[in-house]
Design a protein around this ligand. Structure first.
Ligand code: ADP
Ligand code: MG
Length: 273
């Protein structure tokens, strides 16, 4: 089974951010998407899972392989999850009143799996990435540090066993030991179970344990370069400057005064419109 992202476009209602992204992830493959802040990486993740607030404007995201292709963009998020997609969010949400055990038990039940297994599986997965067991019965992510939330996302991935995982900066906020544990856990899923991964990251460090097959550079909503693992090291050494277009369709940097051509009768007018 392959996850086929085909000329995907979309963004927030006011603005198209992702402007035609195509890539295909096969079983067991790891694709890394790297790019500067604001390139559209989290938007890509949001579009893939149908996060509220993001709108698709074109393209297709399909599961292909067994029988007819399944168009995921036609499905609500929960059905995409049941079809085998998983998102580890850049900023995992706090869900007061719902524990991790509750949330995953509901997920298991909805998918026709036996929820009585969840408690034991959670404890096992928590130990693998150093996530404290006392957090398992507490409200989801409430009062957890950034790094604890990232371990929590990894625990959920381990228990839910998706076919494809989108990991949005799973490495941010983790110390070196936690980073290694998380990356190794995901790598084991790719080799043992054929998990396909789209890992969004700024740093090649996570890729020393989670071995990427393909690296893609995202800039202004487009993939502007693709290559093998060596590309990650080059990016870390050189930065993204060479992939940034020097045309002036960029928004002004925060703090800069708008160009004089902005109409002065409307202080809220878009100076570039
Ligand atoms: P990345 O994850 O690569 O840092 P994002 O996908 O989060 O980037 O954002 C891409 C661009 O879209 C940024 O310029 C960001 O400010 C803008 N953006 C994201 N969400 C919204 C929103 N809800 N409204 C307006 N602009 C947004
Ligand atoms: Mg982001």
């Amino acid at each position: 089974m392959r996850l086929v992202i085909d000329q995907l476009r979309g963004g927030v209602p006011e603005r198209e951010i992702v402007q035609g992204i195509s890539l295909t992830i096969g079983p067991g493959e790891v694709h890394a998407v790297m790019g500067p802040n604001g390139a559209g990486k989290s938007t890509l993740a949001g579009l893939l899972l149908g996060r509220p607030g993001y709108a698709v404007t074109g393209g297709s995201v399909r599961l292909e392989g067994e029988g007819d292709p399944l168009e995921l963009l036609d499905l609500p998020t929960w059905q995409r999850a049941q079809a085998g997609l998983f998102l580890a969010m850049q900023k995992p949400l706090e869900v007061p009143g719902v524990s991790l055990v509750d949330a995953l038990s509901a997920g298991f039940a909805a998918g026709g799996r036996d929820p009585s297994q969840v408690g034991a599986r959670l404890a096992e997965e928590a130990d693998r990435v150093g996530f404290e067991r006392r957090f398992l019965d507490r409200p989801l992510n409430v009062d957890l540090s950034g790094g604890e939330r990232k371990r929590n996302e990894t625990v959920q991935l381990g228990v839910l066993q998706p076919r494809f995982a989108v990991l949005d900066e799973i490495d941010s906020g983790l110390d070196v030991d936690a980073l290694r544990a998380v990356a190794r856990r995901v790598e084991a899923e790719t080799t043992e179970r054929g998990l396909g991964v789209l890992v969004i990251t700024h740093f090649s460090r996570v890729l020393t344990e989670l071995q990427a097959d393909h690296i893609h550079v995202l800039s202004r909503g487009r993939i502007v370069a693709s290559g093998g693992p060596e590309l990650a090291h080059q990016l870390e050494a050189e930065g993204y400057a060479r992939y940034e277009p020097d045309d002036q369709d960029a928004l002004p940097a925060p703090g800069l005064a708008p160009p004089v051509s902005a109409p002065d009768d409307d202080p809220f007018a878009d100076p570039l419109a």
